[in-house]
Ligand binder design. Sequence first.
Ligand code: ADP
Length: 470
Amino acid sequence: MPLRLRLTLWYSSILSVIILGVGLVIYTMVATALTRQIDLSLQSSAREIIRAISPTGGSLSLLINTLPDLERFGSPSIYAQIWLPDGKLAMKSERLLITDPLDAPALKENRAVLHEVTILGVHLRVFTQPVLNMDGKVVAYVQTATLMHTVDTTMDTLLVVLAGSAIVAVALATIVGWLTARRALAPLETITQTALQITRADDLSRRIPMAEVPQDEVGRLAMAFNESLERLERLFNAQRRFLADVSHELRTPLTTIRANVDLVRRLGGADPVSLGAIQSEAERMSRLVGDLLVLAQADAGTLPLAHDTVEMDTLLLEVLSETQVLAGGVKLGLGELDQALVTGDRDRLKQILLNLVSNALKFTPEGGRVTMGLALVDEWVRITVSDTGVGIPPEELPRIFDRFYRVDKARSRALGGAGLGLSIAQRIAQLHGGRIEAASNGLDGGGTTFSVWLPLARARSAKEESQKTA
Ligand code: ADP
């Protein structure tokens, strides 16, 4: 069943139940009040008659001759009869044509009773009061009655009014509910249509037009949907770009290898230059595939990581000594060095440092300087790799951690990079609960500083150890 119909049905059903309840209460209250009014006047008329016929409570037969005109009692709308215990009618209102008891069963009872009776199609309410003598014997029954015609008409009118207004109210509420539900659900239809268009056209760039959606729960749904689309589109585009980059990066070495294999075949034997080119391109390709594997594993959360306690200062010195051979004309040195322990995978952490230092050396011309340092900052270890090299333009800084991103494509590639090193380093730092930041040391080749932030393990003990050894 459609939501709109369900909402409307619920709405009108609940309203009907409420209206029915209220109507019932009103009807019952009015009926009770009117009947009570009638009962009171029937009872007071009966009392007056009894007082007149049996002022002392003595034998009725003595008084019956002196009975007053019954018309005197009560209102003109009240009829009265006086019955003797032997079933004889002693007296009745003149207007009353019936000579049978108004309420025969009540004459057999020894107590006052109120009954509703219908005589010859006329609806009456009858009050029967036995008259007792001094000995407590019934000497007569006084029956007073009145037509229920007015009450019946009033109650019928009330019923018609109540039922009529209930029907009108429910009908109105149903129509209003149906229209309101349509208005409220219309934006959902827009969302559905947009989602269908996206699916049909395979176009993630479409959005739900927010101007057509009210700023309520549905609006928030539309906004959330648009945000999801935004993210999906970004991921999808990144994925596409990544695939294109991978294919491109793999094609270049493959082309070189193929060309050289052709050359070797044509020459009828292997020459050392071709073999060297084949080997270096094969190595570049296997490095690339290795990097891609690391990234894919990091993304999938399956990159195996040890949880050792690593002395970062020792690791830094190790990297420094291993990379000296690459330094060439660049001065590779050490700045501030605190002692610090970090929990993580020693090889992967070393990979971060090696990557940063080799980048720094790659992009620093001869005569420049590359400085490594380690400092404790609150609960963090900050390792810096600072160079006086070509620097990175500030507008490029936010993108250098993107996969395959290279500031100067030609030069970077010539230096052997595919633009994956920093993204891998960043992922490894993140998997250790840290991050890498890059800062430009100023324009015009002021150099670059990379800072690796890693959470400190057992900060105190590291400091204490350093104090002890000092
Ligand atoms: P690559 O393997 O090409 O070096 P990276 O991901 O390591 O890739 O680096 C991405 C890009 O960031 C590099 O191509 C280079 O343009 C820039 N970059 C990295 N480190 C430095 C640095 N120390 N000085 C200047 N540019 C750098």
